[in-house]
Design a binder for this molecule. Structure first.
Ligand SMILES: [Zn+2]
Length: 105
């Protein structure tokens, strides 16, 4: 089998394939960086960066910052709270419990 110089089409094929591989590697690296960035923020306060703790008040889970005491609801939790707040003073009762919770220490 003679060793021929690759045709122009083959050159293009390999160049395209290499570019595609490079693009995939870059995408994978970008994805990995984004994943690790996201993980480093998991259960961290978006305001001050301290740890969030999950407490349960009246069956509703609320994430709260251990430092600035900011409060975070997941979408479903906020919905539950809105439903419960149809009961008189429920919202106030829950928030009083939350505030009492953080000032406990
Ligand atoms: Zn905070």
């Amino acid at each position: 089998m003679s060793h021929e110089k690759p045709s122009k089409n083959e050159d293009e094929y390999f160049a395209r394939r290499d570019a595609e591989l490079l693009r995939q590697q870059r995408d994978a690296a970008k994805q990995a960086a984004a994943d690790s960035e996201r993980k480093s923020h998991h259960m961290k306060c978006p305001k001050c960066g301290y740890d969030l703790i999950t407490g349960e008040w009246d069956g509703i889970q609320i994430d709260q910052c251990t430092h600035c005491h900011g409060i975070w609801f997941d979408a479903g939790e906020a919905e539950t709270l809105i439903k419960k707040s149809a009961a008189p003073n429920a919202l106030g009762r829950i928030f009083r419990a939350v505030v009492k919770g953080v000032s406990r220490e």
